[in-house]
Design a protein around this ligand. Structure first.
Ligand code: PMP
Length: 290
């Protein structure tokens, strides 16, 4: 990634990709005081940029620091970068972090830095995966209790859990992991939200302990528009035999069906049904129209 071409927006300046550097004494690197955002672009057009940047500012507020730019300024800065690229499936990464002014644990004296970068990032799974589904297992890691961490912030520090869950899943031959919360409820996958279809109804975990994904919001909105019943509810492993279909949603992955979930020695199997297929199609068409 340090070899990519293009520009990076850093604190209001446009720098060549290789010139955007930080000091080793950066507070965020030592203490996890950073937040980020991931946004899709298609042929230079941002998908729901305003909502993503709103969440970006809220993520920082939840960690008790302020990003010194408005949503409009961040969208404009991103468009400036996008206008200079020709990415087909662009992925915009915005990052805000506490800098190197102080090594005290409190970030009270730290300056906040902001950067925006874009690279070409096609959908991560193969066509076969988008048709037949992913094989997942239940991670031994849990989403933290909302009293233990700012679980609704897209805080970089929380991604240590995602990284470990995903890495273990891959080492064991799975595509990804599903994390439960501390109350044994199904929460989400390592970097995407989870949905189930039961008797034509859409069920998704209530976001007690995880990020309220914007793709999740898109799916809920589109399903309701089409008269599909959507319920945010607590879902346990014992509910899985009743589910007909399941899928994951996220900015990077899009909408991808789940073929199976392994928990201890039990395998729960799912088949993409028409509800899942239609939502995949609506999502794809929305992007094709950008
Ligand atoms: N949960 C986690 C932990 C994530 O990293 C993501 C990806 N941002 C999501 C859920 C899905 O969120 P979104 O649809 O906004 O990308």
């Amino acid at each position: 990634f340090d070899q990519l071409e293009g520009n990076i927006w850093l604190d209001g300046a446009i720098l060549a990709w290789n010139q955007a550097k930080i000091h080793i004494m950066t507070h965020a690197l030592h203490y996890g005081t950073s937040v980020y955002e991931g946004i899709r672009s298609r042929n230079g057009v941002l998908f729901r940029g305003f909502l993503h940047y709103q969440r970006f500012l809220e993520s920082a507020n939840l960690l008790d620091f302020q990003i010194p730019y408005s949503v409009c300024q961040l969208v404009q800065a991103t468009q400036l970068l996008l206008d200079a690229t020709h990415y087909h499936f662009g992925y915009v990464r915005a990052l805000a972090w506490c800098g190197s002014q102080s090594m005290f644990v409190s970030h009270r004296q730290s300056n906040v830095h902001t950067a925006i970068m874009i690279w070409e990032r096609p959908m991560p799974y193969s066509t076969k995966h988008y048709e037949k589904g992913l094989h997942l297992h239940i991670s031994s890691w849990r989403r933290p209790d909302p009293r233990s961490a700012p679980v609704h912030s897209k805080a970089s520090g929380l991604y240590m859990i995602s990284a470990m869950a995903k890495r273990t899943a891959e080492l064991k031959g799975f595509d990804d992991a599903v994390l439960l919360d501390t109350q044994d409820r199904i929460a989400e996958a390592s970097s995407s939200n989870i949905f189930f279809v039961k008797d034509g109804k859409l069920l998704t975990p209530f976001p007690h302990s995880f990020l309220k994904g914007l793709t999740r919001a898109f799916v809920i909105e589109q399903a309701k528009k089409r008269g599909i019943d959507v319920q945010e509810t607590d879902i346990f492993l014992s509910d899985l035999p009743l589910m007909d279909s399941a899928f994951l949603t996220g900015t990077a992955v899009g909408i991808v069906p789940i073929a199976s979930i392994l928990s201890d020695s039990k395998v729960y199997k799912f088949y993409p049904d028409t509800v899942t297929r239609n939502l995949q199609l609506i999502h794809k068409e929305t992007f094709d129209l950008l």
